[in-house]
Design a binder for this molecule. Structure first.
Ligand SMILES: Cc1cc2nc3c(=O)[nH]c(=O)nc-3n(C[C@H](O)[C@H](O)[C@H](O)COP(=O)(O)OP(=O)(O)OC[C@H]3O[C@@H](n4cnc5c(N)ncnc54)[C@H](O)[C@@H]3O)c2cc1C
Length: 431
């Protein structure tokens, strides 16, 4: 059996790696000349900058992958440092333990007491928004000042635009949280188990997809966009059980495969399957991504922490800032995320304007001056997980096509690796 993997971001490369580890013949096609997809790292003025994700949780599966690729020595693990939310003129520490929850000034005393009612409020309903669910269960202040910026902020979406059934409910399910969130979190805290450490690599996160591509150099084709997918004819050879079902068309050749692992963004996937699955293609066209701009700043601020999210009633264009300097010991580097669902037009702005907004807002929030090092635009940033996600119900790919994407499942890197491994395992079983 031969598998074709479309897309050489982290998901595609991990799926390809696990397939080959499990003895399945696999060929990967990546449109870009370098591997990684949204995971890209650059050096500017001698400093490492990440142009997409800034860090990952080093889950056991990911740690095993890193070791198997011989990247252990290049790993940079961060201590669990505080995270902040900017609200009402101040950076306020996000509570991560029950003791911090009591002490925090992010939430008033009446709001803290209101949280205790959460176990009595009933499970999530698929037809409510994340904002409605959080307000109903934790009260409006905790919803707006704590969960809202931390959850919606991750995607650049506002929680009042995110249906539970297509966003947070799925995240709660995959975190094994049934019933009360508060009691699950308390149980976890009492178990004494720490979350996996935050990590990156000396040369930035792109080191991981690069190492995966190097490890399978013979079967990873870079600069090879898949232009079309068609059904294979009976003339493509093979026995009934392993006869190729699809032909992948690239600018240089055509490759017949039995199964397809598709990891490309929704609009690309739609274009590739316009003929084979027209209804699914039309549905995939509807999924929205949040445009985002990353402005990397250089500052002597010497702030200690992971960074901050901006509470969304504030009049800033910055969604949040990662303090790479403190988190990963990156010499004076701070990464500002701007744009998202509320300010999508920012990706159209010129560099000068974006640089000055990012530096000005950084100074207003932290009191420290900064200068811009780089501007990077993502027309297609994070999947929005907003109301457009109801379109997913209309997606049903042909037999043998496996969607393994961050818009159909979890977006975080650990989730991508986990899903890639699971898809490879299922395919290996049928091989
Ligand atoms: C701004 C941002 C910040 C993030 N921050 C974090 C974070 O801090 N921590 C975390 O865990 N996760 C984070 N994420 C999420 C995580 O990085 C992504 O979900 C994950 O990297 C997506 O990988 P992927 O391989 O599924 O998709 P992609 O990276 O989108 O890869 C898809 C690949 O398909 C290729 N392709 C496109 N068209 C074709 C074609 N026709 N033929 C062949 N190939 C094609 C593309 O070039 C690309 O390489 C962030 C994401 C974004 C956008």
């Amino acid at each position: 059996m031969t598998v074709g993997v479309v897309g050489g971001g982290l998901t595609g490369l991990a799926a390809h790696h696990y397939l080959r580890e499990m003895g399945v013949e696999s060929h990967l096609f990546e449109a870009d000349s370098e591997p990684g997809g949204v995971v890209q790292s650059r050096r500017v003025e001698g400093r490492v900058l990440d142009l997409g994700p800034q860090r990952t949780r080093l889950t056991p599966t990911l740690a095993e992958l890193v070791e198997s690729l011989g990247l252990g020595d290049e790993l940079r693990e961060a201590a669990d440092v505080p995270l902040y939310v900017y609200h009402h003129g101040k950076l306020r520490r996000v509570p991560q333990t029950p003791r911090e929850a009591v002490a925090t000034d992010l939430i008033s005393w009446p709001a803290k007491l209101r949280v205790l009612l959460e176990p009595l409020t009933g499970p999530p309903r698929d037809d409510e928004t994340v904002e409605e669910f959080l307000t109903r269960t934790f009260g409006s202040e905790v919803a707006r000042n704590y969960f809202g910026p931390l959850y919606g902020g991750l995607y650049g979406s506002h929680p009042d635009e995110m249906p539970m059934g297509y966003s947070l409910s799925r995240a709660l399910d995959s975190a094994g949280i049934e019933g009360s969130v508060l009691l699950s979190v308390a149980k976890k805290a009492l178990s004494g188990r720490d979350p996996p450490p935050i990590a990156s690599f000396d040369a930035g996160l792109q080191r991981l997809p690069e190492a995966l591509a190097e490890a399978h150099a013979g079967s990873v084709r870079l600069g090879a966009p898949v232009r079309g997918v068609r059904r294979a004819g009976t003339g493509e050879g093979g026995d009934e059980g392993d006869r190729p079902r699809f032909v992948l068309e690239t600018p240089d050749d055509e490759v017949a495969v039995r199964d397809l692992v598709v990891t490309t963004p929704a609009d690309v996937t739609a274009d590739l399957f316009r003929d084979l699955a027209p209804d699914s293609a039309a549905a995939l066209d509807d999924l929205r991504y949040n445009p985002q701009v990353l402005v990397h700043l250089r500052s002597d601020a010497d702030l200690t922490g992971a960074g901050y999210q901006v509470q969304y009633d504030e009049s800033f264009r910055t969604l949040g800032t990662t303090w790479n300097a403190s988190l990963l010991d990156r010499d004076g580097v701070y990464t500002c995320y701007l744009g998202g669902a509320r300010n999508p037009e920012l990706v159209e702005w010129g560099d000068d304007r974006l640089e000055s907004v990012a530096a000005r807002e950084f100074e207003a929030i932290t009191g420290e001056s900064a200068r811009a090092l780089s501007v990077h635009r993502l027309e297609r940033g994070m999947p929005a997980y907003d109301r457009s996600w109801t379109a997913l119900d209309r997606v049903s790919m042909p037999e043998g096509v496996h969607l393994c994407t961050n818009y159909a499942a979890r977006a975080g890197i650990p989730g991508r690796i986990r899903e890639a491994k699971a898809v490879a395992g299922r395919l290996a079983e049928t091989a």
